[in-house]
Write a protein that binds this ligand. Structure first.
Ligand code: SAH
Length: 680
């Protein structure tokens, strides 16, 4: 039976697994180029959640490999689809799989082929897969416990053979068991954990054609025709066979090292060449590869200071909520506002802005602003939208002061959101699943009421009106954000980055024609998303929107690191930990930069066709992104993505070894005059 019809179970969020599965197939598999309808249909049918350990079910449709028993993994759905498509099946074939693992790929094959024979070296896995496949009604699949490098000669020859583990070479027995015209898809490589995916087609009794079709990472193929142990063997011999690849890589590393501008310390770095490259750009976006690396903050400060002093940049806008950044703004611009009772940057992830590195920069900015005219002081703003309730409070405080009648109306409108104050995410859930009416029209009316009074209010104090306006805009976007969060990450990601971009544009308008902005945000917001895997998922970001609207006037700077320590949590809302950054993976940009042997460097990428062509840096590689959460144990799946660095950034700044930021105390200290924005 090909189409087991037992009942669908809902996932944790109450969304059915079948709709998550459909989304995964569209967003990760079809979107990334798998076209074969037979394969896509099979992927839409097989219930992957049943093949992963129960505790990991909620991640079944994240398009990532997941651990199964025996230190093995169930492959990433995309790679399963890619490999099955590469077998060029039309239906009715006899297929051999090596590495049954969970049985998931065998189930996919069984949806397409007439008969599937699958071999697994680990007894318990073989037994479990056989039981599950039978239970689900996949009765054209046959499972054998044994060494698959010898194939399964009793049922040979096969129209197609697929191997789900990487060996040092293509096992002879498998080639022999292929029909003439048959296809064998197998990861092969000198490194037991990183391979080329190869398709071997049998042309005649003793002729085979071989094509490299992708770079992949599989668990090792263990057995007579594979590695002797899980750690691999025969490394030296196999490395020789791949020599041409390594030497090409070596040339690239040499060219990279030649082009890089190495510097001895952040303080001593000569920024002149960078300033020349930035030229007359209006927006400089400074990224970071983690949310907790000291060097990234300190280097951004150095560059920012030069931009302010030498190029008359007007304000700094950071990836933080508007009201929190506003507190810093008041402090650095020496504004006299009544003290407020709340502490800025007190929510997770506190260390991201509440750290000594930011403290030092803020102190410098305040001092600098003390030496210039009031209207030349450098402003400090927040682009993010997680401060729904702080923003509501800010708007109401403002209206209470300038227009108490309007404050009463606004209080009523925002009251719609009050029940969800403790956890705004529950609002989205309620709005989606119950009959609770959405607050959209209320918050939109509150914003339009405010904008209608722009003239009257702004005349009084333009800065404070801007603050209220931005908060009111933030509230409308945050209200939507929490609702669409439940439709998937793409929509909410795009909304968030669109909000950042709209805020940035509004600030440029506010600070006057020709005013210039510096942005501090993660690489994933700053680098052009079109050059990364995000594009295939339909995600855009701030850097991309800036590039589109401002062209070369936007200068996008990425940062990277190889190893060291980083401040990050293990889960959302979890405590900050100092974690060790794993050494960068092979075939990543980080590995390439590390191979230069340079401790730190700046590298202009714009216009460097010599270095950045499709055979050079421009060829897509892995890139690492560590956010407020770092999960070293699933690093490849959780933190690496494919990108083309020179299309993503105009400049890349490298620190080979880095250390975690130093967080400030988060305790609130009562009774302190609220002069310092962090309340410490
Ligand atoms: N297709 C699987 C992926 C499993 S990972 C799935 O969809 O879940 C690869 C599997 O190959 C592991 O279970 C590993 O034990 C198995 N393997 C490694 N060497 C093998 C060999 N020589 N013969 C059979 N199986 C092997």
């Amino acid at each position: 039976m090909r189409n087991p019809a037992s009942k669908e179970v809902p996932s944790n969020e109450g969304i059915s697994f079948s709709s998550l599965r459909r989304q995964m197939v569209e967003n990760h598999i079809a979107a990334r180029g798998v076209r074969d309808e037979l394969v896509l249909d099979a992927m839409r049918r097989v219930r992957r959640e049943l093949f992963v350990p129960e505790r990991l079910r909620e991640f079944a449709y994240e398009d990532a490999p997941l651990p199964i028993a025996g230190e093995q993994t169930i492959s990433q759905p995309y790679i399963v689809a890619f490999m099955v498509e590469a077998l060029l099946l039309t239906g009715n074939e006899r297929v051999l799989e090596i590495g049954a693992g969970s049985g998931y790929a065998a189930a996919i094959l069984s949806e397409i082929a007439a008969d599937v024979y699958t071999v697994e070296q680990l007894g318990p896995l073989a037994e479990k897969a056989a039981g599950l496949l039978a239970e689900l009604g996949y009765d054209n699949v046959h499972v054998l416990h044994g060494d698959g490098t010898k194939g399964w000669p009793e049922h040979a020859p096969y129209d197609a053979i697929v191997v789900a583990a990487g060996g040092p070479q293509v096992p002879e027995a498998l080639k022999q068991q292929l029909k003439i015209g048959g296809r064998l898809v197998i990861p092969v490589g000198a490194d037991p954990r990183s391979q080329e995916l190869v398709r071997v087609t049998r042309i005649s009794a003793d002729e085979y054609r071989s094509e490299d079709i992708a770079d992949v990472r599989f668990v090792p193929l263990i057995g007579e025709g594979g590695w002797a142990t899980a750690r691999g063997s025969g490394r030296r011999k196999a490395r020789g066979e791949l020599h041409s690849i390594y030497s090409h890589e070596e040339t690239l590393v040499r060219n990279l090292a030649d082009a890089a501008e190495s510097f001895s310390s952040i303080e001593a770095a000569d920024l002149k060449p960078l300033m020349d490259r930035i030229g007359s750009a209006r927006i400089v976006l400074l990224g970071e590869a983690t949310h907790g690396t000291s060097e990234f903050y300190r280097m951004r400060e150095r560059i920012t200071r030069d931009l302010i002093i030498k190029k008359e940049f007007r304000f700094v806008a950071i990836e933080a909520d508007w009201p929190d950044a506003a507190r810093v703004d008041h402090y650095v611009r020496h504004f006299q506002y009544p003290p407020s009772e709340w502490t800025a940057f007190a929510r997770f992830p506190t260390w991201m802005w509440r750290n000594t590195e930011v403290h030092d920069f803020v102190s410098w900015l305040r001092k600098h602003n003390g030496t210039v005219e009031r209207n030349e002081r450098i402003a400090f703003h927040g682009l993010d939208l997680y401060s729904l309730y702080d923003s509501i409070r800010s708007v109401l405080n403002y209206l209470d002061e300038v227009d108490p009648d309007s404050a009463r109306v606004a209080r009523e409108r925002y009251g719609c959101l009050t029940p969800w104050q403790r956890d705004p995410a529950t609002y989205g859930h309620a709005a989606l699943t119950s009959s609770y009416p959405t607050c959209e029209s209320h918050v939109v009316r509150a914003l339009t009421d405010l904008l209608a009074k722009r003239q009257a209010y702004a005349e009084h104090d333009g800065e404070r009106f801007l603050d209220a306006e931005q908060n009111a805009r933030l509230i409308t976007n945050a209200e939507r954000y929490y609702r669409i969060m439940y439709y998937g990450s793409r929509a909410s990601w795009n909304l968030r980055d669109s909000h950042m971009f709209a805020t940035l544009k509004n600030l440029l308008a506010f600070h006057g024609p020709g005013s210039k902005a510096i942005v501090w945000a993660h690489n994933s917001h700053v680098g052009n998303a079109e050059a990364t895997e995000m594009a295939a998922r339909g995600e855009h970001n701030l850097g991309q929107l800036c590039r589109k609207a401002f062209g070369a006037q936007a200068y996008l700077v990425g940062f990277g690191t190889h190893s060291g320590t980083v401040a990050a949590a293990s889960k959302w809302d979890g405590p900050m930990e100092i974690k060790t950054v794993r050494l960068a993976l092979p075939k990543s940009y980080e590995q390439l930069c590390h191979a230069t042997g340079l401790a730190r460097f700046m590298l202009g990428l714009r216009g460097r066709d010599d270095l950045c062509g499709p055979a050079g840096l421009g060829k897509e590689r892995l890139e690492r992104a560590i956010g407020v959460i770092y999960r070293p144990e699933t690093e490849r799946a959780s933190h690496y993505f494919q990108a083309s660095l020179p299309r993503q950034f105009d400049e890349y700044i490298w620190f080979d070894n880095t250390r975690a930021v130093a967080p400030l105390e988060t305790a609130m200290i009562k009774g302190l005059p609220d002069t310092y924005p962090f309340g410490v």
